[in-house]
Design a protein around this ligand. Structure first.
Ligand code: ZN
Length: 177
């Protein structure tokens, strides 16, 4: 796709586990045609900055979701029509612009995901990016990820600690096909 890059090629060593290409998602089945993660190139370049910064600290990013086809977004809304968690089709998702990414962190010594308090697509209050009910250590880890992403040009959202938008997401049009 024009203007998009494959994250695994663009950021060598990046951990990618596209959950919607597996059955480990709230739909319970694979809905992506391929396990390859795509983003707009300028957005991917910012993710590379975050990956470099985390590696200096012994961590890496793991990408759970990146570009999302419009048909998949419509299917998600049909199953979970809650605008806190799924963008209504008439508005479209920032994922469908290739300008949003869902990430967690991986401890490079063990290869294991850091404990962030919930799994991906946990549609509960515990998924809130600022969640005072969590142990202080987990709140601090979420804050650290948010700071790292913000420093590179992303902004988080209130309801999902793992979701980040490019701050200038509006300049990237929806991909309708
Ligand atoms: Zn997301």
């Amino acid at each position: 796709m024009l203007g998009f890059v494959d994250l695994t090629e663009f950021i060598p060593g990046l951990h990618v586990e596209l959950r919607y290409a597996t059955a480990r998602n709230f739909l319970g089945r694979p809905v992506y045609p391929s396990p390859r993660a795509w983003l707009r190139e300028p957005v991917a370049a910012r993710l590379a900055v975050v990956e470099t910064s985390l590696r200096r600290q012994g961590w890496g990013l793991k990408v759970w979701d990146a570009f999302r086809p419009a048909a998949v977004q419509r299917e998600m809304w049909r199953i979970l029509p809650d605008p806190c968690f799924v963008a209504p089709p008439e508005r479209g998702s920032r994922h469908t612009r290739g300008a949003a990414v869902d990430v967690t962190v991986v401890d490079l010594r063990t290869g294991l995901e850091g404990d962030m308090g919930t799994d991906f697509d946990d549609f509960s209050p515990l998924a809130a990016s600022e969640c005072p009910d969590l142990p202080a250590e987990l709140q601090a880890r979420r804050q650290w990820l948010r700071r790292e992403m913000q420093a590179a040009g992303f902004s988080g959202i209130r309801s999902e600690w793992w979701h980040f938008d490019a701050v200038d997401w509006e300049q990237f049009p929806l991909v309708e096909s």
